[in-house]
Ligand binder design. Structure first.
Ligand SMILES: *Cc1c(COP(=O)(O)O)cnc(C)c1O
Length: 389
């Protein structure tokens, strides 16, 4: 059970307004905010180097916390400044040759798709979209028929950014591995709202952001990869942390996953990310998953009761992202109207998930993503505001 009183005391803004954008950039709890501010103040007193040196053990613990959350080892985690950075660091390091195939899912996120297209054009590989099945999730039969020994990598978005569902990652890795393809899981929208265990899912690599369901600060992200990959892949860009300069002609890659990290980072944000993960672990991911699912289902059924509102979420297994449109009102107008009533939602545009939205004939949807700190009464407020529209 979630101690909602305590949680809401830790997040004053959660009571002051109806916040439904944890899929975009959530409200961090006080311990996260305090961690970041305290470190910035310390940097202002003793300088960034000394301030960081004082927190070496805490910085190492950030990876331990993330590893606990995803069922990995701390030594399998590389920290970065965004999920996209982490995703592309891994993706660009996979050796590809002319004729190789890259499979992406229909709900692929724009940044990943753009990177895949760039890389494919550079090496003469091809990007192919695995269709979604009628339930909206990745079509496993289609995936199986598309797989062959030229497929190097399957990119799977665990929970799409534009609403609804959770993809069956375990089944995708089982199929892909039969053909020797790597699976890179974009867990941006699943980390922090459902249990994501890399050994259970069997993925080769996973990328995630801090600012969404983890309630961490902006400008944080991380990459997990299997240890064998960390020691065999060479990242496309290196620095003096990811490699060592040995002589005028030589450098040596770091012996582990730190070869996927740069030295410079926002230490305050990184410590705050650790605080966010610890906060989450303290509540318990299963408690969180249950609370998020209850809220999203409640909101979906309430929205379905309003004339002129269409809920667009698909999937056998639903995520905490609720997507909908309102007849006669542009999604941006709905967002702005709700904002004027103290309700924060966002709009997910076609350009973010182009292939999926085009396939479904959608140009934009309103996205409401209630985290566990939102009350059902607040969801009623949101629905009342919509009715008034
Ligand atoms: C938000 C999002 C990203 C990008 O995360 P950044 O931290 O902005 O790089 C990638 N994939 C999905 C599915 C997302 O929702």
């Amino acid at each position: 059970m979630i101690d909602l009183d305590r949680i809401r005391r830790d997040t004053p803004a959660a009571a002051a307004s109806v916040f439904l954008d944890s899929a975009g950039s959530s409200l961090p709890p006080e311990p996260v905010v305090e961690t970041a501010i305290a470190h910035l103040r310390r940097e202002a007193l003793v300088g960034g180097y000394r301030a960081a040196n004082e927190r070496m053990a805490d910085l190492a613990a950030v990876k331990t916390s993330i590893a606990t959350l995803i069922g990995a080892q701390a030594s399998d985690i590389a920290l970065s400044d965004s999920a996209t950075r982490s995703w592309s660091d891994f993706f660009y390091s996979i050796p590809l040759a002319a004729g190789d195939r890259i499979l992406v899912c229909e709900v692929e996120y724009a940044s990943n798709a753009i990177a895949a297209l760039q890389r494919a054009a550079a090496v003469g590989a091809v990007v192919e979209f695995v269709p979604s099945d009628p339930t909206g999730q990745i079509d496993l039969a289609a995936l199986e028929s598309m797989l062959d020994d030229r497929v190097r990598i399957v990119s799977l978005v665990h929970a799409p950014t534009n609403g609804g569902l959770i993809n069956p990652a375990r089944k995708v890795t089982e199929l892909a591995h039969r053909f020797g393809a790597l699976v890179l899981l974009d867990a941006c929208q699943s980390i922090g709202q459902i249990r994501v265990d890399v050994s259970e899912l069997g993925v080769d690599a996973l990328s995630a952001t801090g600012r969404k369901w983890l309630r961490g600060p902006r400008g944080t992200g991380f990459l997990f990869m299997r240890p064998e990959l960390a020691t065999s892949l060479e990242p496309p860009a290196l620095d003096l942390h990811s490699a060592q300069w040995n002589s005028a002609k030589e450098y040596q890659l770091a012996a582990d996953v730190t070869r996927f990290e740069f030295w410079e980072c926002d230490v305050a944000a990184r410590l705050a990310l650790g605080a966010a993960v610890d906060y989450l672990l303290d509540i318990g991911i299963d408690n969180i998953a249950e609370a998020v699912s209850e809220r999203a289902e409640y909101l979906r059924s309430s929205l379905r009761g309003i004339g002129g509102v269409t809920v667009h979420d698909l999937g056998n297994r639903k995520s905490g992202i609720v997507s909908f449109t309102v007849d006669g009102h542009a999604p941006t107008d709905v967002r702005d109207f709700l904002a004027s009533k103290g309700v924060t939602v966002t709009v997910s545009h076609r350009r973010s998930t182009l292939v999926d939205m085009t396939h479904r004939g959608l140009d934009a949807v309103v996205r409401a993503s209630p985290h566990y700190f939102v009350t059902l009464a607040q969801l009623d407020e949101m629905v009342e505001a919509l009715r008034a529209m």
